[in-house]
Design a protein around this ligand. Structure first.
Ligand code: NAP
Ligand code: G4F
Length: 345
């Protein structure tokens, strides 16, 4: 049985990747970090009692800022594949906590890949690189586009990307990097713009929110559906030779277009509810990301399965359902939903 270790398993992508690997018959070991509240909501549906002899999914405490925890996990588990998805992944937040972001994203990746080298565990390694690394480089961006990072997050991701390439070239590791463009889903963190919008649409529709405050509506992103991107990660590690791949739909839309479609799905006119709050502007913006994913299509046979319009529909519908269950759940859930509006980044 193939054995995989997934860092960032509690996040959006980690949960879809874990599902995919379990469906393919893997034994999956997820890394979770210590938190004062539950952080496994996205995985709870996959979890079986450890005493159940059919259990194939296990969670372990470790942290990308703690090299010894990573080395022991590798040594004890000896996985066939490692997917490094853990990150402080919010671009705006990275301007507020730049050192921490660099520690987790850049040094954390180095700690993990160095643990892989030092323990001598021969396995395949996937690094979650990001289209943010392209920053201000004009679209469409491909594997040969020069990087121009525009945030501490993007700078840290670029280090992680380069060290992955360097370890591949220096030590012959089977280390691949997926340069993924934005991908979303109902499991997307609530402070990323798509989920912030679809959640607000649902709350406004159900009468528990009045306004939605946003930043730059002119930014263009290439938005795809997260489960498609988990499939691309797996495909990369099935190749005989490690390599780097850009993954995206090849279609870009503005934040404004996303807003329009999302409100329209709920029968609302966005102009009545959306206001601009400069607090959400970034010190340096990434204006236009659009993938040229022809290499992934050609070599991996990867194709996106969900269009932009379908993605908006899936997310709005899921958030309407969630809002309804909060309303049914009573006062506490509702109060949490209302309180959290002011905390969105
Ligand atoms: P996400 O939902 O923010 O998940 C990040 C994961 O990293 C969570 O499981 C989080 O744990 C974990 N984590 C954070 N700090 C950690 C630490 N110090 N030690 C161990 N784990 C830690 O991100 P995502 O959207 O799934 O993205 C997955 C990866 O792909 C990230 O590396 C992201 O930067 C990259 N990426 C994402 C996109 C995208 O559009 N989604 C595009 C390109 C690249 P908690 O659950 O406890 O917070
Ligand atoms: O949803 P976002 O926060 O995602 P961003 O910055 O593109 O980063 C995401 O995608 C990257 C891949 O390209 C990942 F590497 C990264 O981990 C993350 O998953 O913002 C998208 C755009 C930005 O231009 C931002 O300025 O939306 C704009 N925006 C406008 N108003 C807003 C808001 N973003 C957020 N988060 N909140 C707003 O109120």
């Amino acid at each position: 049985m193939m054995k995989a270790l997934v860092t960032g398993s509690t996040g959006q992508d980690g949960s879809y990747l874990t599902e995919l690997l379990l469906a393919k018959g893997y034994e999956v070991h997820g890394l979770k970090r210590r938190s004062s509240s539950f952080n496994t909501d996205r995985l709870d549906h996959l979890y079986r009692d450890l005493h159940d002899c059919d259990a194939r999914f296990f969670l372990h405490y470790a942290d990308l800022t703690d090299g010894s925890s990573l080395a022991s996990l590798l040594y004890d588990l000896r996985p066939d594949e490692i997917y490094n998805l853990a990150a402080q992944s919010h671009v705006k937040v990275s301007f507020e906590v730049p050192e921490y972001t660099a520690d987790v994203v850049a040094s954390g990746t180095l700690r993990l890949i160095e643990a892989m080298r030092r323990t001598g565990v021969r396995c395949r390694f996937y690094q979650a690189s990001s289209s943010e690394m392209f920053g201000s480089a004009p679209p469409p961006q491909s594997e040969s586009t020069p990087f121009h990072p525009r945030s501490p997050y993007a700078c840290a991701k670029l280090f992680a990307h380069n060290i992955t390439v360097n370890y591949r070239e220096s030590y012959g590791l089977h280390a691949s990097s997926g340069i993924l463009f934005n991908h979303e889903s109902p499991r997307r963190g609530e402070t990323f713009v798509t989920r912030k919008i679809t959640r607000a649409v649902a709350h406004i529709k159900r009468g528990i929110q009045r306004k939605l405050y946003l930043g730059n509506l002119d930014a263009r992103r290439d938005w795809g559906y997260a489960p498609d991107y988990a499939r691309a990660m797996w495909l990369m590690l099935q190749r005989d030779a490690p390599d780097d791949y850009v993954v995206g739909t090849g279609e870009a839309h503005t934040v404004r277009e996303f807003v329009e479609l999302a409100f329209a799905r709920a029968g609302l006119d966005w102009n009545e509810f959306v206001e601009i709050d400069p607090r959400y502007f970034r010190p340096a913006e990434v204006d236009y990301l659009m993938a040229d994913a022809s290499k992934a299509r050609r070599v991996l046979g990867w194709e996106p399965t969900v269009t932009f319009q379908e993605l908006v529909r899936i997310m709005v519908d899921a958030d309407l359902k969630e809002a309804d269950s909060k309303i049914r759940g009573g006062d506490d859930a509702l109060r949490t939903a209302i309180d959290s509006q002011g905390r969105n980044m």
